[in-house]
Design a protein. Structure first.
Length: 100
């Protein structure tokens, strides 16, 4: 689970970098490319950037939600260890009774 969450977080960082690169390229085009087709091309690039950001926001929500799941699983595991520890291990009365 931890590996999956770390992978999601790494992917979010990579997505942010890709989005920033696309925005930088679009800014450079806006400043240096003056032609009739430039306006249409820049609009299409901006649409791509906007759509990419929408996907990235959803991906971030997924990564954030997965992090919450990990915390809940960790808490449940800790609780299970605490409850299991109360049984006294293999020398405890519960183990002896169940072992028959």
């Amino acid at each position: 689970m931890q590996q999956g969450i770390a992978s999601l977080e790494h992917h979010v960082v990579a997505m942010m970098q890709a989005g920033q690169t696309a925005e930088r390229i679009n800014d450079e085009l806006r400043q240096g490319y003056i032609a009739g087709s430039s306006t249409t091309f820049q609009q299409k690039v901006q649409e791509w950037v906007d759509n990419y950001q929408a996907v990235m926001r959803q991906f971030e929500k997924l990564a954030s939600g997965s992090s919450g799941v990990k915390q809940a699983l960790d808490a449940a595991e800790e609780e299970a260890h605490m409850q299991g520890g109360n049984w006294g291990g293999t020398s405890g009365g519960v183990y002896t009774a169940l072992a028959g």
